[in-house]
Ligand binder design. Structure first.
Ligand SMILES: *Cc1c(COP(=O)(O)O)cnc(C)c1O
Ligand SMILES: [Zn+2]
Length: 415
C-alpha cells in the first residue's frame, strides 16, 4: 500500500522516480538537494482508518507499514519504535499546561531515537541488495547503524568525531563495526564518509544523505497520534542537531492530516543548544525571507548529539517546522544540565543531555509565553542518559561513602 510515488527534491522540485537515486538530488547536491518521499495520499486516505494500525498488532514501527517506503519483510530483527508515551499530570499542572507527555525514545534497541531512521534505512539497503552501509554521526546514528547491521550480518563503516563519548564508542566497537574516529569535528567526519561511500559503493545512512532516515523518524509522530487517538497536542518539542529528527516528526504529523486521520498538526518546536544553533538561525533567516542555506557555524555544547557545525538536514528541518507553524528555541548548557536532572527526577526518564534539552526548551517557551497556559505538549526524549554518563553528571554531587554499619545509615537518615 505504501509504495512511494516520487522522491521529490526540496530545492528544484524535480520528482525523481522512486529508488532511482539513493541519496540527494544530483542537480542540487547535499543539503539543498534533500529528497522527500511522496506517497499517493488521496489513495491512502481512502484506504486508511484509525483502526488500521491497531489491527496490525506489530509492536514496532512496522505497524505503520502502509505509510512506509519499505515493507517489514526486508527488516532486520531489532525492534525499533512503539516506545512509551508517559503522561505527566503533576508536572503539567505546575507549569500551567493542560497536559504534558514524555515520548520515551531512550528505550529503542540501541538507546536512541536514531533506531527509527536506521530500521527503515537498513531495510531499504536490503531491498536494494546493497552489500554495506556507511554512517557519519556525532555518535548515536553511528551506534544505531552498527547495531542494526550487526543484527542483519551486514558490514558497516562508521565515521565519528574523535570527541564522541566513550560509552558510544564502546557500543560501536561491541557491535563489530569498522570504526574511524576522525581527527576533526562532525562536519569533517561527514565529508569523508560521503567520499568513502561514493568510492566504495556503501549505502549511506548519514542524516541528510538518505530520504529513508526521515521516513523512519516520522513514525514517532504516528505513535503519538495513535496513542492520543489522533487528538494531537498543540505543541511538540524535540532537540535538533542535523534536523533529521525534527523534520521527520513534522512530516509524520503532516501526513496524519494528509491521509485524513488527524485534523490539525501540533506546532513543532526545535530545541537547540545556544552554542550550536545553526538550524535555529537558519529558521530565523527563513522567517525574514532570507535564504536558509548555507547553514554552518562553530558548535560547542555539553549536548554532544546536537553538537553539529554543518547541519545536514537544515533545509528539510526549517521547511518542515515552518509548515507546522512551529519554531525554534535555544537553551544554554546550564539549562540543559539542569533539565537532564530535573527530567530524570520528575519523570523517571534518564536522558542524555541532548535528550533532555526539550525539557529546558519547554521551560523557556512557557516563561516567554510562546506556549500559552492550558496547552497540551509532548516532549520527545531522544537518547538515554547511559549513553553519556559524564555529560549527565556534570554539576552533580556524588554521595559520600559510608562504613557498612546500621549506625552510619541511622546517622545519615536521622541526622
Ligand atoms: C540525533 C539526535 C538528536 C537530534 O537529531 P538530528 O536529526 O541530528 O537533529 C537529538 N537527540 C539525540 C539523543 C540524538 O541522538
Ligand atoms: Zn534538485
Amino acid at each position: 500500500m505504501g509504495e512511494p510515488v516520487a522522491f521529490r527534491c526540496l530545492t528544484c522540485g524535480r520528482q525523481h522516480a522512486p529508488w532511482s537515486v539513493d541519496d540527494v538530488c544530483p542537480r542540487c547536491g547535499p543539503v539543498a538537494g534533500a529528497l522527500e518521499v511522496e506517497y499517493d495520499y488521496p489513495y491512502l486516505s481512502r484506504r486508511l482508518s484509525r483502526g488500521t494500525f491497531a489491527e496490525s498488532r506489530r509492536l514496532s514501527l512496522w505497524r505503520y507499514e502502509p505509510l512506509l517506503p519499505v515493507s517489514e519483510k526486508h527488516a532486520v530483527p531489532l525492534r525499533a519504535g512503539w516506545t512509551p508515551l508517559y503522561a505527566c499530570p503533576t508536572l503539567a499542572a505546575e507549569l500551567g499546561l493542560g497536559a504534558l507527555w514524555v515520548k520515551d525514545d531512550t528505550v529503542n534497541p540501541t538507546a536512541s531515537c536514531k533506531d527509527r531512521g536506521t530500521a527503515v534505512t537498513v531495510a531499504a539497503a536490503r531491498k536494494l541488495g546493497r552489500a554495506a552501509l556507511v554512517c557519519a554521526s556525532t555518535g548515536n546514528a553511528a551506534t544505531s547503524t552498527a547495531g542494526f547491521c550487526a543484527a542483519g550480518g551486514i558490514p558497516c563503516y562508521i565515521f565519528v568525531p574523535r570527541s564522541a563519548p566513550r560509552a558510544k564508542l564502546a557500543q560501536l566497537v561491541a557491535f563489530g563495526a569498522t570504526v574511524f574516529p576522525v581527527d576533526g569535528v562532525y562536519g569533517d567526519a561527514f565529508q569523508v564518509a560521503v567520499q568513502a561511500g561514493r568510492r566504495f559503493g556503501w549505502y549511506n545512512r548519514s542524516d541528510g544523505m538518505n530520504p529513508m532516515v526521515v521516513e523512519g523518524n516520522k513514525t514517532g509522530a504516528f505513535e503519538v497520534g495513535e496513542e492520543l487517538r489522533c487528538d494531537l497536542p498543540e505543541f511538540a518539542l524535540v532537540s535538533v542537531g542535523d534536523g533529521a529528527v525534527v523534520a521527520g516528526l513534522a512530516k509524520g504529523f503532516l501526513e496524519l492530516v494528509r491521509v485524513g486521520l488527524a485534523e490539525r498538526v501540533p506546532r513543532v518546536y526545535g530545541v537547540q543548544a545556544a552554542g550550536a544553533a545553526a538550524v535555529a538561525h537558519a529558521f530565523a533567516r527563513h522567517q525574514e525571507g532570507k535564504p536558509i542555506l548555507p547553514a554552518r557555524e562553530e558548535a560547542e555544547t555539553v549536548a554532544d548529539s546536537i553538537r553539529v557545525d554543518r547541519p545536514q538536514d537544515a533545509l528539510r528541518a526549517v521547511k518542515a517546522v515552518a509548515k507546522t507553524e512551529g519554531g525554534f528555541v535555544t537553551v544554554t548548557d546550564e539549562e540543559i544540565v539542569a533539565a537532564t536532572q530535573e527530567l530524570a527526577r520528575r519523570t523517571g526518564v534518564f536522558a542524555e543531555p541532548s535528550g533532555a534539552a526539550p525539557y529546558a526548551g519547554l521551560l523557556r517557551l512557557v516563561v516567554e509565553g510562546r506556549i500559552p497556559s492550558g496547552s497540551r505538549v509532548v516532549l520527545f526524549v531522544t537518547g538515554s542518559g547511559l549513553k553519556d554518563p559524564e555529560g549527565a553528571l556534570r554539576g552533580v554531587e556524588m554521595p559520600e561513602v559510608i562504613p557498612p554499619t546500621l549506625d552510619a545509615v541511622a546517622e545519615a537518615v536521622e541526622g
